[in-house]
Ligand binder design. Structure first.
Ligand code: GUN
Length: 284
């Protein structure tokens, strides 16, 4: 039977810490962080994420500005907005909500964001920095997962961590972070042969492939720590993760719920990155 990893609770602690530090900085300097968000198109999930980001930014005392562009926006439109935010010293962090429409070169957009304002940690320079162990702005979802492991005193060093999914947003960066913490890391993906034989070896299992209830109990070792990064909406409108939670709950030592596990941590770490970026730009 699993212990539930309560991401909602941990994210509240982190946001309270950020709120207090932001208030102290404002009292001492008259300055506060500002998060600029660009969203292109009308994808309901993206719109909902952006609303949450804005709401929580306000709650911790940040300024924020959101630019919403139609899905007919050109790459040049988006780059022009990024350039304006890059030049504006009041803007501490810039986030372009992904995915972008097909006609936009996502990598070009990400690479245009000033590295020091890239609070998603997706700029190639930051990806490289993460890989060689520099103190970068770390991608928010992976950084949130590491915070959860720390909060629950889950040992990582020497453990076998298996990651399912090789995305730039979660799979690859969480592998780098776990490796830095001395885990033995295996990255698996859609072409991996004998997947269950590998997942059954995992002490820590990170599932980030976007397939509802993909990870079943027979793929999990008894006592494993299972982190469910999936956010899938069923036809009935219910949110479910990538883990078949009912079955896995009986077998794992720890499990993150969906919703209320990894999701709230992503926003908390975005705010943490925005504060870190602000402090580096203002006081470094
Ligand atoms: N889309 C899904 N996750 C993310 C994220 O962490 N950042 C951005 N910018 N877009 C996303």
């Amino acid at each position: 039977m699993s212990k539930v990893i309560d991401g909602k609770h941990v994210s509240t602690i982190i946001r309270e810490r950020i709120k207090k530090e932001t208030a102290d900085i404002l009292a001492n300097t008259g300055k506060k962080p500002m998060l600029a968000v660009i969203i292109v198109g009308e994808d309901p999930a993206s719109l909902s994420y952006v609303r949450s980001k804005k709401k929580f930014a306000a709650e911790v005392g940040f300024d924020s500005e959101t630019i919403q562009l139609p899905d007919t926006a050109t790459e040049a439109d988006i780059l022009a907005h990024i350039d304006t935010f890059n030049q504006n010293p009041a803007v501490s962090g810039i986030l372009v909500q992904l995915p972008l429409p097909k006609h936009i070169d996502e990598q070009k957009v990400i690479s245009t964001i000033a590295v020091e304002k890239d609070v998603d940690g997706f700029h190639p320079e930051q990806v490289g920095g993460l890989s060689i162990g520099l103190n970068t702005l770390e991608p928010c979802t992976p950084a949130g997962i590491i915070e959860l492991l720390h909060h629950y005193d889950i040992p990582v060093s020497g453990k076998h961590a298996v990651v399912i999914g090789r995305s730039n947003i979660v799979g690859k960066p969480i592998a780098s972070l776990l490796l830095r913490l001395n885990a033995t890391v295996t990255i698996t993906h859609s072409r991996t042969a004998h997947l269950a034989d590998i997942t059954r070896q995992a002490d820590i299992l990170i599932v980030a492939i976007g397939k509802p209830h993909f990870l079943t109990a027979d793929m999990v070792k008894t006592g494993a720590v299972v982190i469910d990064v999936g956010i899938n909406r069923t036809e009935g409108g219910k949110l479910v993760g990538d883990v078949d939670d009912e079955g896995v709950f009986e077998k794992a030592a720890y499990l993150t719920p969906v919703p209320g596990g990894v999701g709230p941590m992503t926003i908390a770490m975005l705010l943490a990155n925005t504060l870190k970026a602000f402090k580096r730009q203002s006081f470094a």
